[in-house]
Design a protein around this ligand. Structure first.
Ligand code: LIP
Length: 265
């Protein structure tokens, strides 16, 4: 079943990504705001998610869907599709070619604390990079198998992270970043958790952490990173959640989590 699900996730992600790229070329504007004036949604976000929902319903009408724009819809099969139509919305709005369609297929309730991820696809149409994984099937960039980077001491670790839309949380996160900078190799803030996690899987980041993510931001990327050899978790032994997610080689995750705890994360 996972092969069929992965093939479908891949084909939908590719079609949806091409639509997103076409709308980007035509010009993108803010259609609405969410939690505040900088938390935006574009018409393309909505149109891309509608396409993804349509393709899923055509192929698997009894599956559920959890999407960033449309929320939770039905499903009686026990399988749910977790969709971020355009992860990296602000990059997309500004024309920065670093955004992705993120599609995960999970078994169980659409809750990252309890679901079992079966397949995932993260596609950046701006550069054609498609990251995929299936449970037990490994992770790929295109057709090439990918693995996390070898372990490295924190002072040589390239650390990915991201920041919330809420100004108060960003102030706290900025203080954490300031505490990390003198200790690690450097920090990268790419603007899309899906690609941050895929970059951990491909060895382009040693480790990634973030707070305040939504399930659709990390659902596919987390499976891709896990299948590439990363540990992906929340605090301690918890599952990833909006509270916290960290991903990387186990020998890098452990010292970073200790350092983050000392910085109040
Ligand atoms: C984004 C996340 C990213 C985070 C951004 C934003 P969006 O999701 O993928 O990791 O740092 O603030 O939340 O809003 O582009 O779907």
């Amino acid at each position: 079943m996972t092969t069929e699900l992965l093939d479908l996730a891949r084909s939908i992600a590719l079609e949806a990504g091409e639509l997103a790229a076409a709308r980007r070329r035509e010009g993108v504007e803010v259609a609405a705001t969410k939690s505040n004036i900088v938390d935006v949604v574009t018409a393309a976000d909505r149109e891309v998610e509608e396409l993804v929902r349509t393709r899923i319903a055509e192929a698997r009408p009894y599956d559920g869907i959890l999407g960033e724009e449309g929320g939770v819809s039905g499903g009686s099969s026990g399988v749910t599709w977790v969709v971020d139509p355009i992860d990296g919305t602000v990059n997309y709005l500004y024309g920065i070619p670093h955004y992705a369609v993120s599609i995960a297929v999970v078994e169980g309730e659409p809750d990252p604390a309890t679901w079992t991820a079966l397949a995932g696809a993260v596609f950046n149409p701006a550069n054609g990079e498609l990251f995929t994984a299936s449970r037990g099937g490994g992770a790929r960039l295109g057709d090439r198998a990918i693995r996390v980077a070898d372990p490295t001491p924190l002072e040589q670790a390239l650390v990915g992270t991201g920041f919330a839309y809420d100004a108060g949380v960003r102030r706290e996160q900025g203080a954490v970043a300031a505490g990390l900078l003198p200790i690690v190799r450097d920090i990268r803030r790419g603007g899309t958790a899906a690609l941050d996690l895929a970059y951990v899987a491909a060895g382009r980041l040693n480790v990634y952490f973030e707070r305040t993510l939504n399930p659709w931001d990390h659902a596919a990327g987390a499976l891709i990173a896990q299948e590439a050899g990363a540990v992906v978790k929340g605090r301690g032994d918890a599952h990833p959640s909006s509270e916290f997610i960290i991903a990387g080689h186990p020998e890098v995750v452990e010292p970073l989590e200790e350092l983050l705890a000392s910085l109040g994360v």
